[in-house]
Design a protein around this ligand. Structure first.
Ligand code: GLA
Length: 388
């Protein structure tokens, strides 16, 4: 039990989707303290911290052994200064620190998991000053997800240090139905892969391209909101797709209020990647305080229109061209009243007028009084903020 005699989740955290960086997508098990320190430096120097990115998260494989009392330690070769010193370094940059464990007896990478050690590990993370825990689901034979994540939630609360709990069971047990009071975000799918529309077959599991993951979010938007987010997995921006695909991927993750956890090498990114990740006009759509995910308004042979209600009666609208051809956009606002299918937001452009602002070109685009005409390249987006 916590000091107040009961356990709960730390309530005030993640009121907007968490933003940060995680080592897994680019570095997998190849993590060490230089990488983390240099990444923290790069997060500041690149302008990402200024754009809102906050958490530096080490994913799998930081682990060494448990000692004779069962306490976990970082791998001594990879983290010779120890985890506490690394957390202090990240904090000294004005950033927060995230770590990774697993509800089973081993992590997905075969390192020690937290099963049966939940309270002990939570205490260790709290002592190190950790701010965020990604908690995975490999090697969990005989466990039930809701109970296992509840145990770790209570362990973190008991340890007393506010820590964001990121649930990573890949959507296998419908966490959106039970995790609102347990974690701050939950993965909705298997792992992401840096391709537009592919399935990457790993034998007994697959990872998924951007559009595949996007389509798997169907039906989930009414479960998310401030403090409890659907997590369609970390960003692959800068990891090999084309510029327009990276832009579309980033935009759609912003539209669906996804956590924005970069997964590229921040130390060596080019200006194009940096500009995508730090576009504050797009990020402000993601971080909007209403915390409502976009809904798909229409689809026509690969051209989709997505609509996100924003605070102060504003809206974000994205035209997404999934197809292989350039597409013409011809959109008469007055013929398209928006009505949110899950919440009460609606607008009829015959009665309301908005200015249009292109969040990628950073230019005004007229108003909703006039028909929108544009051409949209393949695998790209046009995203407008409707300002009152
Ligand atoms: C699982 C998770 C990934 C990553 C790896 C680490 O596959 O879904 O995001 O954490 O484990 O081994």
């Amino acid at each position: 039990m916590g000091a107040k005699g009961f356990c709960q989740k730390f309530d005030d955290l993640a009121q907007t989707p968490p933003m940060g960086w995680n080592s897994w997508n680019k570095f997998a098990c190849d993590v060490n303290e230089e990488l983390i320190r240099e990444t923290a430096d790069a997060m500041v120097a690149s302008g990402m911290k200024d754009a809102g990115y906050e958490y530096i998260i080490i994913d799998d494989c930081w682990h060494g052994e448990r000692d004779e009392k069962g306490f976990i330690h970082a791998n001594k070769e990879k983290f010779p200064s120890g985890m506490k010193a690394l957390v202090d370094y990240v904090h000294s940059k004005g950033l927060k620190f995230g770590i990774y464990s697993d509800a089973g007896w081993q992590t997905c990478g075969g390192k020690p998991g937290s099963r049966g050690r939940e309270y002990q590990d939570a205490q260790t993370y709290a002592e190190w000053g950790v701010d965020y825990l990604k908690y995975d689901w490999c090697n969990t034979e005989g466990l039930k997800a809701e109970g296992a994540y509840l145990t770790m939630r209570d362990a973190l609360y008991e340890a007393g240090k506010p820590i964001v709990l990121s649930i990573c069971e890949w959507g296998d047990n419908q966490p959106w139905e039970w995790a609102e009071d347990i974690g701050h975000l939950w993965r909705t799918t298997g792992d992401i892969y840096p391709c537009w529309d592919c399935e990457e077959d790993h034998g007994d599991w697959s990872s998924w391209g951007i559009l595949r993951i996007l389509d798997m979010q169907k039906g989930l938007r009414n479960y998310a909101g401030p403090g409890h987010w659907n997590d369609p997995d970390m960003l692959e921006v800068g990891n090999g797709m084309s510029t327009s695909e990276d832009r579309a991927h980033f935009t759609m993750w912003c539209m669906i209020a996804a956590p924005l956890i970069a997964g590229n090498d921040l130390r060596n990114m080019n200006e194009t990647t940096r500009a995508i990740l730090t576009n504050k006009d797009v990020i402000s759509i993601n971080q909007d305080r209403l915390g409502v995910q976009a809904f798909k308004y229409s689809e026509d042979d690969g051209l989709e229109v997505w609509v996100k209600p924003l605070a102060n009666d504003e809206w974000a609208v994205t035209f997404l061209n999934r197809s292989e051809q350039e597409r013409k956009i011809d959109f008469n606002w007055k013929d398209h009243p928006f009505e949110d299918p899950d919440f009460s937001y609606k607008v009829d452009f015959n009665n309301a007028q908005y200015k249009l602002y292109d969040v990628w070109k950073h230019t005004s685009m007229g108003s909703t009084q006039k028909e929108l005409e544009a051409s949209l390249p393949s695998h790209d987006v046009l995203t407008l903020r409707l300002k009152s």
